[in-house]
Design a protein around this ligand. Structure first.
Ligand SMILES: CC(C)(COP(=O)(O)OP(=O)(O)OC[C@H]1O[C@@H](n2cnc3c(N)ncnc32)[C@H](O)[C@@H]1OP(=O)(O)O)[C@@H](O)C(=O)NCCC(=O)NCCS
Length: 155
C-alpha cells in the first residue's frame, strides 16, 4: 500500500476506535479496513472537523467507506468521532457519497445497519427505505443478537 493510503488508514482507524461502541461488534479491524481498501472500486472518504478533507497531518473527525459494483454503491461504514457528532459531518459524508454515485451513473445505494442504531434518522432524512432484514446478524458482547436492516436509496 502506498504511503498516502497508509496515512488515510491510520486516520480512519483513529475514528473507528472512538466512534463504535464495543457492545455492538460493528468496528472493523485495521486488517479488515486495509484489505477492503486494496479492492478496486472501494473509496475511503475522510472529513475533518471543519467539513473539508483533512490537511496533511490533520486528524480526521469522520470517515465513510463505500464500494461500487455495476451501478450499485454500498456504504460499508460511516463514523464520526463522538465529540464532533450532530454538527452535520455524517450527513456531509453521506451527501458526498450520494453526489459521487450520481455523477458516476449509479442507480442505487445500499447500506446495512444494526436494527437499533440511531443513524436510522440520518438515513431516513436522505431518503433511504428499508428493504430487507438479516435475522440475528450482529452478535453483541453480552452474547445476545440483533438483526441487520438493509436500506436502499434509488438515485
Ligand atoms: C451515524 C453517525 C455517523 C452520524 O454522524 P453525525 O455527524 O452525528 O451526523 P449529522 O450531524 O450529519 O446528523 C444529521 C442528522 O441525522 C440525525 N441523527 C444523527 N445522529 C443521530 C442520533 N444519534 N440520534 C438521532 N438522530 C440522529 C439527526 O436528524 C441529525 O440532524 P440534527 O443534528 O440537525 O438533528 C454517528 O452518529 C456515528 O459515528 N455513529 C457511530 C457509528 C455508527 O453507528 N455508524 C453507522 C453504522 S456503520
Amino acid at each position: 500500500m502506498i504511503a498516502a493510503q497508509e496515512d488515510d488508514l491510520d486516520r480512519a482507524m483513529e475514528v473507528m476506535r472512538s466512534a463504535f461502541d464495543s457492545r455492538w461488534g460493528e468496528a472493523w479491524t485495521r486488517r479488515q479496513l486495509s484489505d477492503a481498501m486494496m479492492m478496486p472500486h472501494t473509496v475511503l472518504q475522510l472529513i475533518a472537523e471543519n467539513g473539508n478533507a483533512p490537511a496533511d497531518g490533520e486528524t480526521a473527525a469522520g470517515f465513510a467507506l463505500s464500494k461500487s459494483i455495476a451501478g450499485e454503491v454500498e456504504l460499508l461504514l460511516i463514523a464520526v468521532r463522538p465529540e464532533h457528532r450532530r454538527s452535520g459531518l455524517g450527513g456531509a459524508l453521506l451527501d458526498d457519497l450520494i453526489a459521487r454515485a450520481n455523477e458516476n451513473g449509479a442507480d442505487s445505494v445500499f447500506l446495512e445497519m444494526r436494527e437499533n442504531n440511531p443513524a436510522l434518522a440520518l438515513y431516513r432524512q436522505r431518503g433511504f427505505a428499508p428493504v430487507g432484514r438479516r435475522k440475528s446478524y450482529y452478535r453483541l458482547s453480552d452474547g445476545t443478537f440483533l438483526d441487520a436492516v438493509t436500506f436502499h436509496l434509488t438515485l
